[in-house]
Design a protein around this ligand. Sequence first.
Ligand code: SF4
Length: 288
Amino acid sequence: MKVTLLKPIGFCQGVIKAISKAYQVKNANKDKNVFVLGKLVHNEKVIKDLESKGIFTLDVNSQDISEIIKKIDEDDIVILTAHGHSKNIEKLLDDRRIKYFDTTCEKVKENMRIIKDNEANGIIYIGKKNHPETMASLSVSNNVFLYDINEGIDYSKVIFSSPVVINQTTLSFLEIRKIHLDILNHLPSALIYDEVCNATRLRQEMLLSKKEDYEIIFIVGSIHSSNTEQLYRIAKDRYKDSFVVKVNSLEDVKKLDLSNYHTCLIGSGTSTPLEIIEEIKDYLEGMN
Ligand code: SF4
């Protein structure tokens, strides 16, 4: 099969920094337990690799975070994820005198600063409900109102006439544009900030700029990865006549009957390891 890679591929800078920080912390604390509060980045292979090196992920969705922190020993070390964290988490860790390291991506931190600086005017935050970055951003101030990308917003609850509008960093810039129009329709004085991060935006723009047609488009990444999901949605919309499929590994690709396909494009999320993309590429090139 003829395979084309959608560039850029591999980790974004935020993911690279979070992973190297985690390994650095473990290397400097070989004799201690090192836990990540939630998924360091949204990719199962990365999480497995971390575990094989003694860096364990705590599932923060199954129970109250304060209960999880209570079970961590004072000598253990905690790593906070690249997506950001609710502001009460640092206090809970400080209260227990647990040492922690923050790997929040700079772009997410920048968003949080914008929220803090503008909280007096009110904030509309466009994001996906229950995503860790969204939950972290909502925790910055009581004046943040969620515009959920699937459910929308109840404008009657927004008590500010000219709120700042900001968004989760890993959404589709096309979908956000539509949401901005909806917000401006209801609140014409709203102040719009477009905060899709460059790593996410570039992949979306590169996909939209492709002139060629492909019989199959693979979008490689975890079901939990927001930017992978957005890239997949854009691909579905852009390549209506192609078979567009989201996969997480070579095993997922092997389950498909690809005997009638001859050209494909492989795109990937910002937390998808290069090895997975290369494995899939080699497998597909070996076909036909
Ligand atoms: S996708 Fe964007 S916001 Fe997320 S870690 Fe990468 S650079 Fe940071």
